[in-house]
Design a protein around this ligand. Structure first.
Ligand code: NAD
Ligand code: ZN
Length: 403
């Protein structure tokens, strides 16, 4: 009888049980967030350094997608980008710079996703290529998702052009689109290859969007950084006038707080149920839908923050008076703290907004976990909210907080 050849087992942990082998590896993510100005002027090499490869190697293919709203303000940007990439050794444009509709519409039309994926394939992109997206948070979310799902992941460089995208979404690790009547229902966790925060884009941003992004700064200050909250109070008047110096500071500090939370908060891909960066967001996401996206994300977040701060007081978690202080800051920044979407009811008279709580829970699964405030600068987690107190908080927003 021929003897069976002995084959060595690959080295895998087996816990002394030959039916169980553990597969285990880890990945470290690292990406640069660069603060600069006039990225596509040829003497600024920030972008060139990111995409340029060694001379003599096959050049990396670069697809650039541009938010329509940005192009409206900077009509010669397409031409400048094309001229700039010409100056980058080891990189070539894989097709003309493409434009895409800006705002939430980009995340609401599923055909845009397949159009982009097809375009990446037609442009011959591969995993050594770059998808560069220049735009607001909505377009970045859509293009990031398309890049993450084509070839199972093409490198994605974000160039956020709104306050919100520069100080929050653009430096994060999520992307996605809206589907089945819900925000961000489809998407992936995929860190970008790099992020370029260019202040020149903020200069041309309409005031409404400059303001909207400030809500995320108030949010992260309230859960993590009391000194930042006090700084925001000090600068509220200048910020409401969109003075560029404090606005740049706000963007940078807020972006760094978001980055710190993602890197050191212990759950970058939100596997658990705690989402501290989503303070005020259970209501905000629902209000965006209930207002038919008439409310900007940041505007809805401002209402959500005021609501959950008042609720924190009513629930006995936060000292009385702090709610008014938060509402006052938001008002001084120019936010409206009431919108008719807060009061949309179904046939039985039930508040539609309350459904936002369950949808928030469903998005992650597991226990409902909502961040409220224990003090200004200190977020705390709770696992239920009393509809009666939510109703009272809304009444407060409609009346007293509309200072
Ligand atoms: N992925 C995440 O982690 C994350 C986090 C927070 C928010 N978001 C998402 O971000 C989106 C909101 O993003 P947003 O607040 O940046 O708004 P937005 O992307 O909806 O853009 C608002 C408007 O501004 C225009 N625009 C963008 N930049 C401009 C510029 N520099 N000049 C002139 N017009 C410009 C756009 O065309 C659009 O019309 C929401 O969909 C929200 O869900 C995602
Ligand atoms: Zn947000």
């Amino acid at each position: 009888m021929p003897r069976e050849t002995a084959i060595a087992l690959p080295l895998l942990e087996s816990k002394n049980d030959d039916r169980l082998f553990l597969q285990r590896f880890s990945l470290t993510y690292e990406f640069a967030v660069l603060f600069t100005r006039d990225t596509f002027s040829t003497d600024n090499r920030t972008f060139a350094d990111l995409i340029s490869g060694p001379k003599g190697e096959t050049p990396a293919r670069v697809s650039v997608i541009l938010d329509e709203g940005v192009l409206r303000e900077m009509p010669d940007l397409k031409r400048r980008i094309a001229a700039y990439v010409e100056t980058c050794p080891g990189a070539i444009l894989a097709g003309p710079v493409e434009m895409i509709v800006g705002g939430e519409a980009a995340k609401n039309d599923p055909t845009l996703l397949t159009d982009l994926q097809r375009r990446f394939v037609d442009n011959g992109l591969d995993r050594h290529s770059y998808v560069v997206c220049i735009g607001g948070g909505a377009v970045l979310d859509l293009v990031g998702y398309a890049a993450a799902t084509t070839h199972r992941g093409i490198r994605h460089i974000r160039v956020p052009t709104t306050v919100l995208a520069q100080n929050d979404s653009g430096v994060g690790v999520k992307n996605g689109i809206n589907a089945f009547g819900m925000k961000n229902m489809l998407g992936t966790f995929m860190p970008p290859h790099a992020v370029i925060n260019d202040s020149a884009f903020i200069d041309v941003l309409p005031g409404r969007d400059k303001r909207a992004g400030m809500a995320e700064a108030v949010k992260v200050a309230l859960i993590r950084d009391r000194a930042f909250f006090e700084w925001l109070e000090e600068k509220a008047e200048a910020l409401a006038l969109f003075a560029s110096e404090p606005l740049e500071k706000l963007i940078r500090h807020c972006a760094l707080l978001h980055m710190r939370q993602i890197a050191h908060g212990g759950d970058p891909f939100e596997r658990g149920s705690v989402r501290p960066l989503d303070f005020g967001h259970w209501a905000a996401h629902k209000l965006e839908v209930l207002s038919d996206y008439g409310l900007r994300h940041g505007e809805a977040v401002a209402i959500g923050i005021a609501l959950d701060t008042r609720y924190s007081v009513l629930a006995g978690l936060l000292p009385a008076g702090e709610d008014l202080r938060v509402a006052r800051l938001l008002s001084r920044l120019g936010f409206e703290l009431w919108h008719e979407a807060c009061d949309v009811r179904d046939d039985s008279g039930a508040l539609q907004l309350l459904k936002g709580l369950e949808e928030f829970r469903e998005h992650l699964g597991g226990d409902l976990t909502i961040t409220l405030l224990g003090a200004l600068g200190v977020g705390i987690e709770v696992h239920s909210m009393d509809p009666e107190l939510i109703g009272q908080s809304l009444e407060w927003l409609r009346g007293e907080a509309g200072i």
